[in-house]
Design a protein around this ligand. Structure first.
Ligand code: AMP
Length: 287
């Protein structure tokens, strides 16, 4: 399947439908990887899983304006379509959908898909409106591509929970697969936003993954009280004066509600500002 030809790129919903109709008619299992581009190994690990598990692989590249807040980084978010296509070339991607904003949100657009509950915590609290943008665009993309399976990263753990909730609640005929977070050797989770960091900030950004590893160690050594775990994590942040902590939490994996005692699997969540760059990370830990 490996090929070095650039994958075909289409810009419109109609072209997606035209490309995929024959594949669907032949009964091919269509896999879908939604992204905002500036592709790195984290994205490519999803593409790899998709190519391995499905007959056809569709990747979308769309920096979705509705999931950015008014003072967030929509304008400066990295865009690199040519490089992205080259990165996708070895994976035998069948189709790249890279729509313009007007294709996704034509004049007069007035519908939103809103998930309550799991969107109201953590990222939802720090980024009002973010998940409404995510669920609306993901629902649209699912309807456009109509994949059998869609691939998301554990890196954006709450997003994966929110998408699963939407799929369940709306009976969308798509299976959601969540793939492990890809990290640099020193632990930093890959993110398109890491490109904003100076070398010094990049070093400071290690506090996110280090605090998660500390929580994991503590739990594996028998600590069960999350108050104690969070206090120790916080101490690591306090040693980084240029990092501004947004939140730290130990949560139940499905509800995302904080737990007081670790009695089963948990996800440790963190978000922090390193200079002007907001980063998130998380780790699933089984006691
Ligand atoms: P984005 O382009 O940031 O919207 O991300 C597109 C998809 O790639 C999402 O499902 C992310 O969770 C996933 N992703 C981003 N970074 C990573 C990573 N370091 N490891 C695994 N998946 C990732």
């Amino acid at each position: 399947m490996a090929s070095s030809d650039l994958p075909p790129v289409v810009r419109t919903v109609q072209e997606v439908r035209r490309h995929l109709e024959p594949l669907r008619a032949e009964g091919e299992r269509i896999g879908f990887v939604p992204t905002m581009g500036a592709l790195h190994q984290g994205h490519l690990s999803l593409v790899e899983a998709c190519a391995r598990e499905c007959d056809a692989t569709v990747v979308s590249i769309f920096v979705n304006p509705t999931q950015f807040g008014p003072h967030e980084d929509y304008d400066k978010y990295p865009r690199s379509l040519e490089k992205d296509l080259e990165a996708l070339a070895p994976w035998g991607v069948d189709l790249v959908f890279a729509p313009a904003v007007e294709e996704m949100y034509p004049p007069g657009f007035q519908t939103q898909v809103l998930v309550s509950g799991v969107t109201e915590l953590w990222e939802g609290r720090s980024r009002p409106g973010h998940f409404a943008g995510v669920t609306t665009v993901v629902a649209k993309l699912f309807h456009i591509v109509q994949p059998h399976v869609a691939y998301f990263g554990h890196k954006d753990y709450q997003q994966s929970v929110v998408v699963r909730q939407m799929v369940r609640d709306l009976n969308l005929p798509v299976e959601i697969r969540v793939c492990p977070t890809v990290r640099e050797e020193d632990g930093l989770a890959l993110s398109s936003r890491n490109a904003y960091l100076s070398p010094e900030q990049r070093q400071q950004a290690l506090v996110l993954s280090r605090s998660l590893r500390l929580a994991e160690q503590m739990i594996q050594q028998g600590q069960r009280r999350t108050e104690t775990i969070l206090a120790e994590m916080k101490k690591l942040y306090d040693q980084q004066p240029d990092v501004r902590l947004d939140y730290l939490a130990v949560v139940e994996p499905d509800s995302l509600l904080p737990v007081e005692e670790v009695a089963g699997p948990v996800v440790v969540l963190t978000a922090a500002w390193v200079g002007q760059t907001r980063l998130i990370d998380n780790l699933r830990v089984e006691p």
